[in-house]
Design a protein around this ligand. Structure first.
Ligand code: FAD
Length: 479
């Protein structure tokens, strides 16, 4: 490294992608500094006592099929640095109004059985995708690259053809009964898109496949453990981390050959816009943010009293009953409205990890989708949904911590208007986020890269955006 530079690379933001980028660069022998605005590292992967002493809540991400399945994170020795995955017996339970629940486990056959009359249809639908997971991960967990797709066109067909279809149409055509349609609608709604939109199936197909290949685990002790392990490994490799330092201008940073930004386009424009050509600035300013999240963390006097007993075996419970109800709720959010019956995502970590709450007590992590920037209080609507499937839920509440979209954005500047995915994940922004470029992590400024979830493959704690951004830097300015 020339003495002109203090570091080979400075990474702005210590979220999972920023840390993954830093680790990849450090593994390649480059000197790296990570600069983080908050007092603690982790971005969307942090754990705190949000309600009462002894209750450890995941502030953002809670459940990590994408973490355990990440082709990059899987190569790192994170277990040696304290990461331990806890696998609940069921990945997902989806309660219905008749008091039963559809469930997803590692076993395709067992999961299919819970889908009643669509058991065979589900096995036919998911088995070819699960069988080809390594190729699918290679082709789709990153930028759209012709290489992996051309190498295995036939193996990828069951995934790629279905992933591009609107979820509603795919589910109605593939399944006859409500049970399979409902549980898969819950998975597809993770896309935060209306289920009528092209590509709204992609997230659902990916998450169902991961349930069978790796399960949907959570780290013992909370999501914080993922980033703590990344940070500890980074320090072992010689990387440095500076917290409590908000970067307002690229000019204030130590001199480096490359700057990798774990921020979204709007922030990049503020911090480094002056270094970027006008045309690229215009493209970034057209980047679209999606719906927000309204989140409640609960300290509870006991487990959630689900009517369907299977829900107590599941790390994640999807509350929204039918395909039509979930589709209706997500459509309303997209139109800027608030559903009276929102689709509610629930994680119940303390059922499977006793470090999360005092003995006999429990945590619940709950959110629903709302329009970007919404200020509407969804507490009553969320709790009505929970009472519907778990009568007596309200009586178990000891304390709540509420985060609306503004609170999420105050907590982490990347959550613009409460958008937890770093931008809409529709076809127009799935593979080409943040703008159309052959290497989407690069910018026209040769030393500036983007490594956040505003690049492919998008939201989630998987570190793949960081990994690909680091690769882009290593193949150009850090070669
Ligand atoms: C409520 C909620 C639930 C979620 N649930 C899940 C889940 O269960 N599973 C899952 O896989 N994902 C989940 N996610 C999504 C996941 O958290 C994000 O997709 C992921 O954290 C993105 O990682 P990132 O590194 O790109 O960005 P972030 O995690 O947002 O990290 C960005 C970092 O950059 C820092 N930063 C921003 N601006 C500056 C600046 N100017 N100077 C210095 N530092 C700066 C921020 O403080 C932050 O630490 C959830 C998110 C939320 C909010």
């Amino acid at each position: 490294m020339s003495t002109l530079y203090q570091y080979d690379a400075v990474v702005i933001g210590a979220g999972p992608n920023g840390l993954a980028a830093a680790v990849d660069l450090a593994q390649a022998g480059r000197s790296v500094l990570v600069v983080e605005a908050s007092e603690t590292i982790g971005g969307g992967s942090r754990t705190r006592e949000l309600t009462l002493p002894g209750f450890q809540h995941d502030v953002c991400s809670a459940v990590h099929p994408l973490g355990i399945g990440s082709p990059f994170l899987r190569t790192l020795p994170l277990e040696q640095y304290g990461l331990e995955w806890v696998q609940p017996p069921l990945s997902v339970a989806h309660p219905l109004d008749d008091g039963s629940a559809v469930t997803l486990t590692r076993s395709i056959a067992e999961s299919a059985q819970s889908m009643g009359l669509d058991a065979h249809a589900y096995e036919r639908f998911i088995t070819p995708v699960v069988e080809h997971w390594p190729m699918i991960a290679d082709a789709f967990l990153g930028p759209l690259r012709p290489g992996p797709i051309l190498q295995h066109p036939l193996a990828l067909t069951p995934f790629s053809l279905n992933a591009l279809r609107p979820a509603h149409e795919l589910l109605v055509h593939t399944f006859k009964g409500e049970r399979a349609r409902a549980v898969l609608a819950g998975l597809c709604a993770h896309s935060m898109l209306p289920l009528e939109k092209v590509s709204s199936s992609a997230a659902g197909l990916l998450l169902a496949t991961l349930a069978h290949v790796y399960g949907w685990p959570m780290p013992r002790g909370g999501s914080q453990r993922i980033v703590d392990a990344l940070a500890a490994y980074l320090r072992f490799l010689g990387g440095e981390i500076m917290t409590d330092t908000e970067v307002k201008s690229i000019d204030a940073l130590p001199r480096a050959r490359a700057y990798l930004f774990d921020v979204t386009p709007r922030q990049l424009l503020r911090i480094a816009g002056s270094r970027l050509p006008a045309g690229y600035q215009r493209s970034l300013s057209r980047y679209r943010y999606g719906p927000g999240a309204f989140k409640i963390d609960y300290a509870l006097d006991g487990p959630i009293p689900w009517r369907a007993a299977a829900c107590l075996q599941a790390g994640t419970v999807h509350v929204g009953a039918t395909l039509e109800e979930i589709a209706d709720a997500e459509r309303q959010v997209w139109r800027g409205e608030h559903s009276e019956r929102p689709y509610v995502l629930v994680a119940q970590q303390s059922l499977f990890d006793d470090s999360r709450a005092p003995e006999g007590k429990h945590t619940a992590w709950v959110y629903c989708h709302v329009p970007n920037g919404s200020t509407v209080d969804m507490t009553a609507a969320i709790e009505a949904q929970l009472e519907r499937f778990a009568p007596g839920f309200r009586d178990r509440i000891l304390a709540r911590h509420i985060s609306n979209p503004q609170a999420l954005e105050r907590y982490n500047a990347n959550y613009i208007g409460g958008d937890i995915n770093g931008g809409v994940l529709d076809l127009g922004q799935l593979f080409t986020r943040p703008t159309v470029r052959i290497v989407p992590y690069s910018t026209p400024a040769k030393d500036i890269f983007i490594c956040s979830s505003s690049t492919p493959p998008g939201g989630g704690v998987h570190g793949m955006c960081g990994y690909f951004a680091a690769r882009a830097a290593l193949q150009s300015v850090l070669r």
